[in-house]
Design a protein around this ligand. Structure first.
Ligand code: ATP
Length: 323
């Protein structure tokens, strides 16, 4: 009998699976007090937007399940300097996600993950979480584990608060640390312009700054989101939604990156319905009335020297694109 310690895929199993997962913006982000574990209580309205990460998982038959390698795909749209910030070792969130699936799968072998990065790194759009979500779905399909979306979500929540939302997609209210998700109805796509910075803001530093700015008071734990936001999303009414966008982290992001004030002003001056820092920043999300308005706004911002692109959202969560 030939010795084969690690799985060789059955003829019916795929040997390569590509999955895309969306970046997110926060239409609303209320932040409460820090918890003993360092995370903060939040009440957030997440929207998945059409700026996608892609992870292709390729089986390495005959290698052990802990042989997980990672590289950056040639179609990544971020600068070489930005991509240099992505760890290519066991700390990469996609590698950690694959390791979690391998750890509870009977038929796992080694795997190579190729990540096409489009979501700005440390940009407040949950790019690393999207990679983790894509890797969870890709490895589940590769090794045919039978894990449900809910089980993948539970696994992923240990990697980062935004992983469950990258799996779910669409629009959702996030409570707890943002991982207790309730889908929200948002049937019509909204049109956004995303202005990316050429630097990142480390999420812990932004929360730390917020705590410092609030040193003299302890905010209550936010337990719900403004119902007007949900009504505007349900109606697909961009103008109503514009009046409700808000982010408690924005003041902290501005304190750490004062140049963001100019980006927010430029958006408003050039006709955005509203502009808000996404999550911990520094990406700024601007709301437009329709696709034409978004295109014109992005062009005007680009003329003014900003790195602006259009996106729609809500869009679907992590989905297999080829198998
Ligand atoms: P969030 O909005 O969830 O706070 P973010 O968009 O600010 O996240 P990410 O780009 O997800 O930030 O990653 C933050 C840090 O995580 C990076 O600076 C990097 O060191 C580390 N990291 C680990 N894995 C990845 C990955 N696959 N892609 C990008 N960064 C990663």
């Amino acid at each position: 009998m030939s010795e084969q310690p690690w799985a060789v895929p059955a003829a019916s199993s795929p040997t390569r699976v590509s999955v895309r997962a969306p970046g997110k913006i926060n239409a609303s982000f209320r932040v409460g007090p820090p918890r003993p574990d360092g995370y903060h209580y939040v009440a957030s309205v997440y929207l998945a937007v059409s700026l996608y990460e892609e992870v292709t998982a390729t089986a390495k038959p005959g290698t052990p399940p802990d042989d997980i390698t990672v590289g950056i795909g040639p179609h990544s749209t971020l600068s070489a300097a930005a991509l240099a910030g992505v760890p290519l070792d066991g700390s990469n969130l996609a590698v950690r996600a694959a390791a979690l699936v391998a750890g509870i799968s009977q038929g796992a072998c080694g795997v190579h993950l190729e990540i096409t990065k489009r979501v700005p790194i440390a940009g407040g759009m949950g790019g690393g979480s999207a990679d983790a979500a894509a890797a969870l779905v890709a490895c589940e399909a590769l090794w045919n584990t039978g894990l449900s979306r809910e089980e993948l979500s539970l696994l992923g929540s240990g990697l980062g608060a935004d992983v469950p939302f990258a799996l779910l997609g669409g629009a959702a209210v996030g409570l707890g640390v943002g991982d207790r998700l309730t889908p929200a109805l948002a049937p019509d796509p909204l049109h956004w312009v995303l202005v990316q910075a050429d630097y990142g803001l480390p999420t812990p530093a932004v929360y730390g700054k917020l705590d410092e700015l609030r040193a003299d008071r302890r905010p209550a734990e936010p337990r719900h989101v403004d119902p007007h936001i949900l009504a505007a999303l349900r109606a697909g009414n961009a103008r109503d939604l514009a009046g409700t966008l808000g982010n408690d982290l924005q003041a902290a992001a501005l304190a750490l990156a004062p140049g963001l004030a100019g980006v927010l002003d430029a958006g408003r001056d050039l006709g955005a319905l509203a502009a808000v820092v996404s999550g911990s920043g520094p990406t700024v999300a601007m709301l437009a009335a329709d696709a034409g308005h978004a295109g014109a706004l992005a062009a005007a911002l680009a003329d003014a020297g900003h790195n602006a692109l259009t996106a729609t959202g809500p869009v679907h969560g992590a989905s297999i694109i080829t198998k």
